[in-house]
Design a protein around this ligand. Structure first.
Ligand SMILES: NC(=O)c1ccc[n+]([C@@H]2O[C@H](COP(=O)([O-])OP(=O)(O)OC[C@H]3O[C@@H](n4cnc5c(N)ncnc54)[C@H](OP(=O)(O)O)[C@@H]3O)[C@@H](O)[C@H]2O)c1
Length: 325
């Protein structure tokens, strides 16, 4: 049995579907009131569980040999969800997984950067990686660059969200809702992409769908262990992304870079009054500062994951879908 922790998220639900598609027995850990009918229809068994309620985890782990975990607090919708609390929840999960006889743990993580300690979400990822390292369980921590469907949408477009089930950006998190209302379609309406940091920042953008394939492939390759950097098929600057949007839409699109110091100042100012909003600004600060200009095609080939989707292919496919589809 494989357990997905974070099964109601955008990546988590894709992993559930991918495992079910492969005909594997998959259990999706969910929190009420989400009924997760779509996951049941996809072939998953549901179990109620919450990382913040450790007493719920043993039942979720019963008979489980592999855990795939994507749960995170970047767009929190339940009271008490934050990065530090979640890291404590992961500590319980990992300890209980060990007792339950779990043999493999595949964890969704982010690349190492010089800002790790000042961005709560990344700091929590590093804590969980250390817990996994110390647990003795065979694990892979998949350090992924910005996801194409998320960050090209955050730059001001609704196109990357078309056809996506359970998008993170549609979670009922008020700060995100307000941000999307303000900036969600600046590319389509004004031909402007608003990005954190300089237009020259380079990233190996990765499709969430390919991330799901990579994480499920790691279940069966136990000799890929520890932290592993994974990227998409090409390295793009924001200027490259604007050119692709322009080609797909057939009209000019320009980049409006926003100075990283704005995010740093916002992160600091909100840290006491609105910690989750502060954490989001910290994440933008990170994206505006760090780069992921790497080629990891050897790793994906080793995992048997081929045909990673380019940003252009994703945008062209999605632009052909109906608006709101
Ligand atoms: N966005 C990027 O560009 C990027 C890049 C690299 C890596 N990553 C990582 O990739 C993963 C993305 O996952 P995603 O798209 O599925 O996330 P998501 O859409 O933000 O969903 C969050 C998930 O975490 C669950 N969760 C939060 N707190 C929980 C708790 N206390 N107990 C149990 N579940 C809890 C949520 O459950 P509820 O629905 O019940 O709240 C939901 O299933 C994350 O780990 C992220 O850090 C993201």
């Amino acid at each position: 049995m494989l357990l997905v922790v974070g099964a109601t998220g955008q990546l988590g639900s894709l992993i559930v579907r991918e495992l079910a598609r492969q005909g594997r027995p998959v259990r999706a850990m969910v929190r009420p009131p989400d009924l997760a009918r779509d996951l049941v229809d996809a072939g998953a068994e549901l179990v109620e569980g919450d990382l913040l309620r450790p007493e719920t985890l043993d039942e979720a782990l019963r008979g489980v040999r592999t855990v795939l975990a994507t749960a995170n607090a970047v767009a929190p919708v339940h009271r008490g969800d934050d990065d530090d609390a979640l890291a404590r929840g992961y500590a319980s999960l990992i300890a209980r997984a060990r007792t339950a006889g779990v043999e493999r743990f595949v964890y969704a993580s982010v690349p190492e950067t010089p800002l790790d300690d000042s961005v709560p979400m990344v700091r929590a990822k590093r804590v969980v990686e250390r817990l996994l390292e110390d647990s003795g369980i065979s694990y892979a921590s998949v350090r992924m660059p910005p996801f194409t469907e998320i960050w090209l949408a955050l730059a001001g477009s609704s196109i990357p969200l078309r056809g996506e089930a359970r998008p993170t950006l549609a979670r009922a998190y008020p700060f995100l809702r307000r941000f999307r209302r303000l900036t969600g379609t600046t590319v389509e309406r004004h031909g402007v992409m608003v990005v954190p940091g300089p237009a020259t920042t380079r990233n190996a953008f990765l499709s969430l769908h390919d991330a799901a394939r990579i994480m499920t492939a790691l279940v069966d390759v136990p000799d890929v262990r520890g932290p592993v950097d994974i990227g998409g098929p090409e390295v793009l600057t924001w200027t490259d992304v604007a050119r692709i949007f322009a080609d797909v839409l057939g009209r000019p699109v320009r980049v409006l870079p926003t100075p990283v110091r704005i995010y740093a100042a916002g992160q600091l100012a909100l840290s006491r009054v609105a910690p989750s909003a502060s954490a989001v600004l910290g994440l933008n600060r990170l994206i505006g500062t760090a780069e992921t200009p790497w080629n990891t095609s050897e790793v994906s080939a080793r995992l048997g994951v081929h045909g990673l989707r380019t940003a252009e292919r994703i945008l062209r496919d999605k632009a052909a879908l109906p608006v709101g589809g």
